[in-house]
Ligand binder design. Structure first.
Ligand SMILES: Cc1cc2nc3c(=O)[nH]c(=O)nc-3n(C[C@H](O)[C@H](O)[C@H](O)COP(=O)(O)OP(=O)(O)OC[C@H]3O[C@@H](n4cnc5c(N)ncnc54)[C@H](O)[C@@H]3O)c2cc1C
Length: 305
């Protein structure tokens, strides 16, 4: 059996939130290990937008820079493997990886992100991150004024479409089945020139100028791009193992300094919020979580003397 490795902080997830945490921990001289399986959520997108000083940088380039900037800090290392289990034990945290290694950490930062759950419509997944997007703050400017479709239904579809009118004068809302909208919402959408199509979507095909959306009744429309309100799967297995409380949708509950309901366990990035999913917010959460880990460890050592 391999020996358990003692570290100050285990950071699970080495994308925006995890690497930001790593930088702070490195600058505190903390012995930290960042575990990462290399699947950042925005990998399918060509550029990361709406990011102060780095607007438009390719997502993997951002992470390359993030790793490069850790080089001066020798107490931080990156291990490219999955953490498969995490348990709390006598105020410490034992993590196992899929290579069989075991780590004992004084603090844990969960930065494991979320997965997007796209509906099973043929052709949709192939356009994800390019012509099919989820967030106007990330992609709206690049497709501003172009005719778009919105794949969404229910009250959220109404709110989402209303915001999208800021970027797009020509919107079709595809509810892919009976619209879960009130008569008043339907009227308000109509007043804004938005067509609601309830007919199930059969397939989506890429065209030179965008995409063709084909419906079950044999009709089809062409759009330059489309937005979708995808489902989210929170990568919260480790949080559950550690005993962290989750929100109804599965995000890890945190307080104003990113600490979960389990003292010593922090969460940052998409995993720690049901909706505020941006690279900049993930970065901020990572820095905050790491600072709080260091504060706690420094104070504990100080008071032991
Ligand atoms: C298509 C698309 C485009 C986007 N474009 C933008 C944009 O332009 N601007 C913007 O601000 N935001 C954008 N976003 C949102 C952005 O991707 C997320 O907010 C951001 O990636 C969150 O960072 P994170 O560190 O929390 O999680 P992630 O980036 O998802 O990273 C989580 C990391 O944890 C790793 N991991 C998970 N579980 C384990 C485990 N058990 N052990 C080890 N490693 C693990 C994963 O492999 C991954 O590397 C986009 C999202 C999508 C889907």
């Amino acid at each position: 059996m391999q020996q358990t490795i003692d570290i100050d902080v285990a950071v699970v997830g080495g994308s925006s939130a995890g690497l930001a945490a790593a930088l702070t921990l490195g600058r505190c001289g903390r012995k930290a290990v960042i575990f990462d399986t290399g699947r950042p959520r925005n990998k399918p997108a060509a550029h990361a937008q709406n990011l102060f000083t780095r607007d438009g940088t390719p997502p993997l380039e951002l992470l390359r820079i993030g790793r490069e900037q850790l080089v001066p800090y020798p107490s931080v290392s990156i291990v490219e493997t999955a953490v498969t289990s995490a348990i709390a034990e006598n105020g410490l945290f034992i993590l196992h990886t899929d290579t069989g290694a075991a780590y004992r950490a004084q603090r844990v930062i969960l930065a494991t992100g979320v997965k997007d759950d796209l509906p099973d419509i043929p052709g949709l997944a192939a356009l994800w991150g390019s012509k099919l997007v989820h967030c106007p703050y990330c992609h709206g400017w690049e497709i501003k004024d172009l005719p778009v479709a919105v794949f969404a239904n229910g009250p959220m579809a109404y709110e989402f479409t209303a915001v999208l009118t800021n970027w797009h004068p020509d919107i079709i809302l595809c509810t892919n089945g009976p619209a879960g909208l009130t008569a008043e919402q339907m009227q308000q959408l109509a007043r804004n020139g938005i067509t609601v199509t309830e007919t199930p979507v059969e397939k989506v095909e890429e065209t030179a100028g965008g995409m063709q959306i084909s419906f079950a009744d044999g009709t089809a429309v062409r759009r330059s791009a489309a937005y979708i309100k995808s489902g989210l799967i929170f990568n919260n297995t480790l949080a559950e193992q550690l005993g962290c409380e989750l929100t109804e949708k599965g995000a890890v509950k945190i307080n104003h300094v990113q600490e979960t309901t389990v003292p010593g366990v922090f969460a940052a990035g998409d995993i720690s919020s049901e909706g505020a999913h941006q690279v900049s917010i993930a970065i901020a959460g990572g820095h905050m979580a790491a600072g709080m880990c260091n504060n706690g460890l420094a104070k504990a050592a100080f008071e032991q003397k």
